[in-house]
Design a protein around this ligand. Structure first.
Ligand code: NAD
Length: 471
């Protein structure tokens, strides 16, 4: 199949590389000349496991890069739109990039093609895309608009794409659904997984994935509803963690007890400093706006967002409780990306927390395995960047763990203790066992669990017993 993918960001580039790996001929189109030049030179602009291998395998052969959308549309049977849909000031999705692409696609429709929304868009978008393409002169018989939402997660984007839980195809005609079935056939019939050169099978994946065909509107809703549900799970467990802190229960034990119920499941039940990233915050706001436009006040989503915001404030209070005053304190921060495995710092709770700490007068020395360069662009005054966790810790009044990178859960604790000015660790991701940290001489504060203090150490700054803390 000949495919065009418009947008070479996290979704477009990964989708393009994976479609090529499934055997399709792909043109990835972007209007960012710098990005295109870097891609053509062989650079990999984002940090994603297996992406360099796939680009190396297909670049210049089954995978090409171009700024000529018109030509790419004419050459393709399916055009996937994967441009950004950022939030506007009012919280709606800004669909102007989608609209401008739809306008341009129109002129290239010379025989039957499908235009597929890969970006996350509100439920009425497919109708608008169709209208815009028609308004700009395309023949109504020559195209269909479909929705094929993307569920990949940054950090595991390639394996998520190739080993998905499900493939959702929203199409309003059998002809259109047929094209999408054909594109995904190597996954849905399992043949991709038999190949010797297939990307390695991740632990949890069940193959082949089911291909679920729905109406276009249902597919659009599935994506927003999925993200809203996952964010709700995170806020729910963060609220439970707050109660654990005030009564002296252990949220890890509570999570195990809840998550082993097969109706609930253990995933996304990790308390921390709240969700972030380029999707959950904006998708929740967009879903709430869509619901409001349809006459439904989705107040549950307001509460999910409120708990998420509050979770960061609670963490800041934890830092103050552990250190007393913040002005002039030197803090080592491990983690800048919004989650482990990615260099994406969009809406990263780590970045937002660092900005608050700097505002309160702290000097921050940060380390992240992948996101430092991006973070440098937004964190300027009073933030230094270290090249490893131990340099970040050197002479610091405390260490904060803000992103769940794998390497942060295997630190050399003795070395860390020697480097810090005071052995205080405030862990926003619950990466360590409190008892082990106390045994290594740390005063250790985490989320939803009692602080652990080394024997004979002074208690935390608020002077109250953990059991009496207010929520
Ligand atoms: N990032 C994720 O984890 C993820 C996961 C699932 C869905 N999504 C959704 O996918 C969409 C894209 O997200 P992303 O993170 O890949 O965005 P991104 O910002 O990383 O990439 C968007 C790309 O589109 C390009 N672009 C914009 N206008 C264009 C135009 N007119 N012609 C050609 N290219 C154009 C930009 O230059 C950019 O390279 C969003 O709707 C997002 O919500 C993202």
């Amino acid at each position: 199949m000949r495919i065009a993918v418009v947008g070479s960001g996290y979704v477009g580039l990964v989708a393009g590389a994976c479609f090529a790996d499934l055997g399709h001929d792909v043109i990835v189109v972007d209007n960012d000349q710098q990005k295109l030049a870097a891609l053509t030179r062989g650079e990999v602009p984002i940090h994603e496991k297996f992406l360099p291998e796939l680009l190396q395998r297909h670049r210049g052969q089954r995978l090409k890069f171009s700024d000529d959308l018109h030509a790419a549309v004419r050459a393709s049977a399916a055009i996937f739109v994967a441009v950004g849909t950022p939030p506007t000031d009012s919280g709606d999705a800004d669909l102007s990039y989608v609209e401008s692409v739809a306008r341009e696609i129109s002129g290239g429709i010379d025989d039957y093609k499908i235009v597929v929304e890969k970006s996350t868009v509100p439920v009425y978008t497919s109708e608008w895309v169709r209208k815009i393409i028609l308004r700009n002169g395309a023949d109504a018989e020559l195209f269909d608009v479909a929705s094929n939402p993307e569920f990949l997660r940054e950090g595991t984007a390639v394996t998520d794409f190739l080993f998905p839980d499900r493939i959702v195809v929203g199409a309003d005609s059998e002809r259109c659904a047929g094209v999408l079935r054909e594109i995904y056939a190597p996954l849905s019939d399992g043949s991709y997984y038999q190949r010797a050169d297939a990307i390695p099978h991740p632990d949890r994946a069940q193959v082949p994935p089911p291909l679920i065909v729905t109406s276009t509107k249902s597919a659009e809703l599935i994506k927003h509803a999925s993200n809203a549900f996952l964010a709700m799970k995170i806020s729910f467990i963060n609220a439970v963690a707050s109660i654990c802190e005030s009564v002296g229960a252990n949220v890890q034990q509570v999570c195990r007890g809840i998550g082993t119920d097969s109706r609930i499941g253990p995933r996304f039940l990790n308390p921390g400093i709240g969700y972030g990233g380029s999707c959950f915050p904006k998708d929740l706001m967009a879903f709430r706006s869509v619901a409001r436009e349809c006459g439904y006040e989705f107040r549950l989503l307001d509460e999910v967002m409120r708990i998420n915001e509050e979770q960061r404030q609670r963490f800041l209070r934890k830092v103050r409780n552990a250190l007393w005053t913040l002005r002039g304190k030197r803090l080592a921060v491990l983690g800048l990306a919004f989650k482990g495995g990615t260099d994406d710092i969009r809406e990263s709770p780590a970045i937002l927390l660092i900005q608050s700490l700097v505002q309160e007068g702290c000097v921050v020395v940060a380390y992240d395995p992948a996101a430092t360069e991006r973070a440098r662009e937004v964190l300027r005054s009073n933030v230094e960047f270290a090249s490893n966790p131990y340099d970040a810790a050197a002479g610091a009044d405390a260490l904060l763990l803000l992103t769940e990178w794998e390497e942060f859960s295997a630190l050399d604790l003795a070395q860390l203790n020697r480097k810090l000015r005071y052995p205080i660790v405030i862990d926003g991701r619950n990466l360590y066992d409190p008892e082990i940290m106390a045994a290594h001489g740390f005063s250790y504060y985490s989320v939803g669990r009692a602080p652990a203090l080394p024997e004979g150490s002074p208690t935390s700054g608020d002077g109250r017993g953990q059991g009496q803390k207010k929520i």
